[in-house]
Design a protein around this ligand. Structure first.
Ligand code: AMP
Length: 294
């Protein structure tokens, strides 16, 4: 497996793969790889001729008071994981190479970047969209693989790709959870044993909400209050139900939605979500067809 450090080398490697007629899958990560990342890498390896895993802790998506300096960095073991899963290359540029002197250009995805995590982290999606655009330009993948765990991120990237004509397919895959329901996250390692136990109310609340939705509840306010009451021991940032594409709050569930939560457990901010789409009712046969069968 190849480790690539510069944009120029990445571009060159990617050109060689294309010239050899190979499809390229990209899995963007910040490292500290876990089974959630592994599910994306496996999906890409299964489908593509070559898979690139980028490992880059992106300074542009952290505010000064956030955990950029302390974010877990486990590069050697990450490379071992990528290699064992069949990845062809790890792309790990330096922050200096990505954001050189007088760096000035950022991508903003209006509206979609504003609510949910964008409310408490206003810098965040601008940083994410910018770095993903830069990765796309250097790697030039056919498809890029993201986790639905970061549902707003997947929606922002999908819109960026559509609006800026990237011509890259975005594949979003289900959230991988621990047996007890906790969504895997590189930040889970910040949790003390007792905080980890407290964090379980997040997935418990989401699963109970899914039961309400499946039982036919369509009032977003009622679901949100149930979720909030299950999570009352945590410092809630938001609990909201949004349209799955637009990321705008809905009052009634009439189309595909995401129920998304963010909360602090001690000093650790965790996010999680579920998606829900109404089952399409079978299309009734046209009146004439029905009467002729009768
Ligand atoms: P990160 O390293 O946290 O930036 O995440 C890199 C990618 O892995 C993103 O597309 C995340 O959505 C995805 N990811 C993170 N946690 C999970 C998980 N528990 N299940 C599935 N995908 C995940």
């Amino acid at each position: 497996m190849k480790v690539i450090r510069s944009q120029a080398e990445m571009r060159q490697w990617s050109r060689e793969q294309r010239a050899a007629g190979k499809t390229i899958g990209l899995v963007p990560t910040m490292g500290a790889l876990h089974a959630g990342h592994a599910s994306l890498i496996e999906a890409s390896v299964a489908r593509e001729d070559v898979t690139v895993v980028s490992i880059f802790v992106n300074p542009a998506q952290f505010a000064p008071h956030e955990d950029y300096d302390t974010y877990p960095r486990t590069f050697e073991s990450d490379c071992g994981i990528v290699e064992s899963l069949g990845g062809a290359a790890v792309y790990a540029p330096t922050a200096k190479a990505m954001y050189g002197r007088n760096y000035a250009t950022y991508v903003e995805v209006e509206r979609l970047q504003e609510g949910l995590c964008g409310g408490s982290r206003p810098h965040f999606f601008r940083g994410v969209a910018t770095v993903v655009a830069k990765l796309f330009n250097s790697v030039d993948p056919d498809r890029a693989y993201f986790g639905q765990k970061d549902g707003q991120q997947a929606a922002v990237i999908r819109r960026m790709v559509r609006d800026l004509d990237f011509g890259i397919e975005i594949v979003a895959l289900p959230t991988v959870r621990e047996k007890d329901g906790l969504a895997l996250s590189s930040r889970n390692q910040y949790l003390s044993p007792s905080e980890r136990t407290r964090a379980l109310c997040i997935s418990r609340a989401l699963f109970a909400a899914r039961d309400m939705l499946e039982a036919g509840e369509r009032d977003a306010g009622r679901i949100v209050s149930e979720v909030k009451s299950t999570m009352e021991d945590l410092e809630i940032d938001y609990v909201t139900i949004v349209d799955a594409d637009e990321m705008t709050p809905v009052e009634r569930i009439e189309g595909p939605i995401m129920l998304a939560v963010a909360a602090k457990v001690g000093n650790t901010r965790l996010i999680d979500n579920i998606q829900f789409a109404l089952q399409k009712a079978a299309t009734p046969a046209p009146e004439s067809a029905r009467s002729s069968r009768a």
